[in-house]
Design a protein around this ligand. Sequence first.
Ligand SMILES: Nc1ncnc2c1ncn2[C@@H]1O[C@H](COP(=O)(O)OP(=O)(O)OP(=O)(O)O)[C@@H](O)[C@H]1O
Ligand SMILES: O=P(O)(O)OC[C@H]1O[C@H](OP(=O)(O)OP(=O)(O)O)[C@H](O)[C@@H]1O
Length: 219
Amino acid sequence: MITIALSKGRIFEETLPLLAAAGIVPSEAPESSRKLIIGTNMEDVRLIIVRATDVPTYVQYGAADLGIAGKDVLLEHGGAGLYLPLDLDIAKCRLMVAVQNGFDYEGAVKQGARLRIATKYTECAREHFANKGVHVDLIKLYGSMELAPLVGLADAIVDLVSTGSTLKANNLVAVEDIREISSRLVVNQAALKLKHSKLQPIIDAFAATVAARQAEHLT
Ligand SMILES: Nc1ncnc2c1ncn2[C@@H]1O[C@H](COP(=O)(O)OP(=O)(O)OP(=O)(O)O)[C@@H](O)[C@H]1O
Ligand SMILES: O=P(O)(O)OC[C@H]1O[C@H](OP(=O)(O)OP(=O)(O)O)[C@H](O)[C@@H]1O
């Protein structure tokens, strides 16, 4: 049996065409089902539906052979024991620092002020501010980071930005770009050896689809 760990929502949606390229069609949609194990048209391939942040853990421990996880999640997890052969170029966004409109971020940094930063991405934030030599107090949140500066919980946030509409709707502005984010294929290294003949064709089909899309973009 091959087990693939996916999260509901954008990762699942954007993974469907990749699965289809490998000949895999889920038997139901996770959004309309409470099932956490979803069968496919292939007898020996199943999907498990987990929280986006838990995907690396399932693959690391071998409970899933493959998974798809955002680079943000992988950076926070650390990626120990995981093989990351492929940038899938899906779920693309940027990890950014943002503040409430009118907050003088540059001035605060220049003055050497100690900044309070609210974020789900504490490892990435710690590294970013350490590299800049900015002293910060990190406040761990699990969602709705945009609220923190509005109610005085933090001076700034570190969060993902795609269209920018969530920042705009909450009167925030991006002040620094930390890095580009996209999702990666995550592979359990032992499974790749033991189930090579089953896993490699799936990895190859994903890679061919990504390459074809990139070629299409260039033309
Ligand atoms: N606005 C966005 N646009 C594009 N990609 C995004 C966006 N927000 C998040 N992502 C990417 O998609 C991945 C999954 O995001 P999703 O919102 O489904 O889960 P989550 O709510 O962040 O995770 P969890 O449920 O574990 O807290 C993220 O890890 C990130 O890589
Ligand atoms: O720039 P935008 O296009 O507005 O996207 C940015 C938003 O997307 C992500 O949240 P998501 O939609 O995943 O909500 P959640 O974290 O509450 O699941 C992120 O945490 C931002 O809030």
